[in-house]
Design a protein. Structure first.
Length: 131
């Protein structure tokens, strides 16, 4: 799968709440990084199994219902794309609306994610998830 197709497929799986399928896009030794994560959260996940474990309960916290905007930038490296997207849904525990923008730098080789750097806003997430 090419990087642009992979992003489309990943977002579709996210909305479908198929976390195992989403994590299955990673290479066995692929990584996921969170450069802006607070100290109480993981900064890096090593391997597909770690990504799957991290995402397993995500739909029980946030019910993502739609990707409301998406822009994917190709880079000089054909294996790297930058995805800007915004999702909306509901915080499960509080039923409050959830709307958040993300920027991810995604490296793909042989149709699998080798590295996914997720630049989400931890302050916005904390505010959205607080009951």
């Amino acid at each position: 799968m090419k990087p642009l197709e992979l992003v489309d497929h990943a977002l579709k799986l996210l909305v479908e709440k198929d976390m195992a399928g989403f994590a299955g896009l990673w290479a066995v030794d692929g990584t996921m990084e969170f450069p802006f994560a607070p100290e109480s959260s993981p900064q890096r996940l090593d391997g597909r199994a770690a990504v799957e474990d991290y995402l397993r309960d995500y739909p029980e916290k946030v019910d993502v219902r739609a990707v409301v905007s998406k822009l994917v930038h190709e880079t000089a490296d054909p294996e790297v794309v930058i995805a800007e997207f915004e999702v909306e849904g509901v915080v499960v525990a509080s039923t409050r609306p959830y709307r958040l923008s993300y920027i991810a730098v995604i490296s793909v080789r042989d149709g699998e994610i080798r590295n996914y750097r997720d630049y989400w806003n931890p302050l916005a997430v904390q505010e959205l998830l607080s009951a």
